[in-house]
Design a protein around this ligand. Structure first.
Ligand code: SPV
Ligand code: MG
Length: 306
């Protein structure tokens, strides 16, 4: 069950995420790996933050292959949720183990303010979907049990079932069969993943899937598709999973190369975010304001005893 209210915010992050997924308008999520990147995405008016396993692993300098453990992924997802107002959907790979790990995971993510978790039907350890290698699916009964367990133990958390049948080469029929089972198991939404350079495969899935769940896509390789097209086709949300990370890597590499080459930072200065922008992203002005406010109040309180 998704709660419609929770203390403080009025509407819980999970309820807001579910409302976005069920609305006729396409929701747009941006991948992040730390609160700074999540804040930039929120400022750019993305509806949702995707706590991306690929980005978190890359930021840690390790492959996206379950090298990081659940607590490390959870800490990042929770740190994003603590610093932005938009809901955070956490990439939880294949659930960090078996059904017992999924149950523990669901409780842990919910307790840390994350709006939703997404688990994919691959075997542990998973390998990033765009890497050639073992993309074998988990047995259907095994993954259906994980989704049912997640739906049973969550109290206020969106559960997304991610289908990897097209990634693993098992085809549309397998994807559709699994979609039906995951829906019956209690998923709140489906994510259909594809590594094609055209969106034909996900369009075909959306057209053939006749269940009731919102369908999410990750248009990384079929990048020419537009938000309008995806909305027209009836998708609920597009996750732009890694573009912010990739643009920052390109920008950093370029800047570092130029500084070494030129022996000065003079030429790169005009391409850099001014320090004021960094201070604003840190909420430095707000901090100084609250400091003045409470110092003044403290003085008033102390004066009153004179
Ligand atoms: C991620 O961002 O970690 C994802 C999306 O799971 S993908 O890299 O496309 O698998
Ligand atoms: Mg991932």
């Amino acid at each position: 069950m998704i709660h419609t209210t929770s203390a403080g915010t009025g509407v819980s992050p999970a309820a807001r995420l579910l409302a976005l997924l069920r609305a006729p308008r396409l929701a747009r999520a941006m991948g992040a790996h730390n609160p700074l990147s999540a804040r930039l995405a929120e400022e750019a008016r993305f509806d949702v933050i995707w706590s991306s396993g690929l980005e978190i692993s890359a930021a840690a300098g390790v492959p996206d292959a379950n090298i990081l453990a659940m607590p490390e992924c959870l800490d990042t997802a929770a740190s994003l949720a603590a610093r932005v107002d938009v809901p955070v959907l956490a990439d939880c790979d294949s659930g960090f183990g078996n059904v017992n790990n999924v149950i523990h995971m669901v409780r842990a993510y919910e307790a840390r303010g994350v709006a939703g978790v997404c688990i994919e039907d691959k075997r542990f350890p998973k390998l990033n979907s765009f890497v050639e290698g073992n993309q074998d699916l988990a047995p259907l009964d095994d993954f259906a049990g994980k989704i049912r367990a997640a739906a049973d133990v969550r109290r206020d958390l969106v559960v997304v079932a991610r289908l990897e049948a097209l990634i693993s080469g098992l085809g549309m029929d397998e994807a559709l069969r699994r979609a039906e089972v995951y829906e019956r198991a209690g998923a709140d939404a489906l994510l259909i993943h594809s590594k094609r350079t055209e969106p034909d495969e996900v369009f075909a899935f959306r057209a053939a899937y006749d269940g009731d769940l919102p369908v999410i896509i990750v248009p990384t390789t079929y990048h020419s598709v537009t938000a309008d097209e995806l909305q027209e086709r009836g998708f609920a949300m597009a996750i732009y999973a890694n573009q912010a990370l990739r643009s920052s890597v390109r920008a950093m590499r370029d800047t570092l190369t130029r500084i070494m080459r030129d022996g000065t930072t003079h030429h790169v200065e005009e391409d850099l975010a001014p320090l004021k922008e960094i201070f604003d992203l840190q909420r430095m002005p707000q901090m100084l304001e609250q400091q003045s406010h409470y110092e003044a109040l403290g003085r008033d309180l102390a004066e009153a005893t004179r």
